[in-house]
Design a protein around this ligand. Structure first.
Ligand code: NAP
Length: 247
């Protein structure tokens, strides 16, 4: 029960990696503040699953790119739990295209959700964490933020940006007992990768030394490790969970 008495905020917890994280934290005693953008039914199902483990769970509808929505998430955490110990910046989207076909909105939407959304949540969470002099922030980057990928320049810019923000904030908060780390998943079996064309999936799979696509639970395990109290001397790091892809 590594997270007994802790309040964990996870953005985008309706499916995929966010959902797996919510269940992993719930099983280890955390109180949960989870967010969804539009999948209300899925949110209700995840809430039920988490509550089965005994975890107090609240879902907030919030677009992470909107400052007022993010404020609502952290107000809810304070009302319910009086604290925020862990933030997992998981909400993310892709809008893939090659540069010459990429619309400005496709670029802006991905940057707004993945990069600005993480910034807004880190700023709101840090304010609360600083008062308690305790915090663990885990940001979702990607192997694509480390290596780049043709057809994903907006997404790779957002995920490389997440790494930059992680390292900078880690330095700002290291002396306050607040760690900031990133997890960079490779190819993980979720709705996001299911949307890829079959040919692209097969090509990508060839690039994985482990010769298998990862599971959301593989990523959740790494996130929980960075979020636990005992990981307090690890900060500003990027942990690749990718079957060796980024090596
Ligand atoms: P996913 O299955 O597509 O789920 C995305 C989640 O984000 C959903 O809960 C969605 O909520 C939420 N969301 C989307 N836009 C949002 C917004 N504007 N505000 C708030 N929430 C929003 O994604 P995933 O594959 O689990 O990926 C999770 C994270 O890991 C992302 O940051 C992704 O970039 C990163 N990642 C994934 C992979 C992979 O292979 N899957 C690899 C590297 C990195 P609704 O359901 O309500 O829309």
């Amino acid at each position: 029960m590594r997270f007994e008495g802790r309040c964990v905020v996870i953005t985008g917890a309706t499916r995929g990696i966010g959902r797996a994280c919510a269940l992993a934290f719930a099983k280890e005693g955390a109180g949960l503040v989870l967010t969804y953008a539009s999948s209300e039914k899925a949110a209700e199902e995840v809430k039920e699953e988490c509550e089965k483990t005994g975890a107090e769970t609240v879902f907030v509808k919030a677009d992470v790119s909107k400052e007022e929505d993010v404020a609502k998430v952290f107000e809810t955490a304070i009302e319910k739990f009086g604290r925020v110990d862990v933030l997992v910046n998981n909400a993310g989207i892709t809008k893939d295209n090659i540069l010459l076909r990429m619309k400005t909105e496709e670029f802006d939407d991905v940057i707004d959700t993945n990069l600005k959304g993480s910034f807004l949540c880190m700023r709101a969470a840090s304010k609360i964490m600083l008062k308690k002099r305790y915090g663990r922030i885990v940001n979702l980057s990607s192997v694509v933020g480390v290596r780049g990928n043709a057809g994903q320049l907006n997404y790779s810019a957002s995920k490389a940006g997440v790494i930059g923000m992680t390292k900078s904030l880690a330095k700002e908060l290291a002396a306050k007992n607040i760690t900031v780390n990133a997890v960079a998943p490779g190819m993980i079996e979720t709705d996001m990768t299911a949307a890829m064309p079959e040919g692209a999936r097969e090509e990508m799979k060839k690039m994985i030394p482990a010769k298998r696509i990862g599971k959301s639970e593989d990523v959740a395990r790494a996130i929980c490790f960075l979020a636990e109290e005992g990981s307090g001397y690890i900060t500003g790091q990027v942990l690749c969970v990718d079957g060796g892809m980024a090596v």
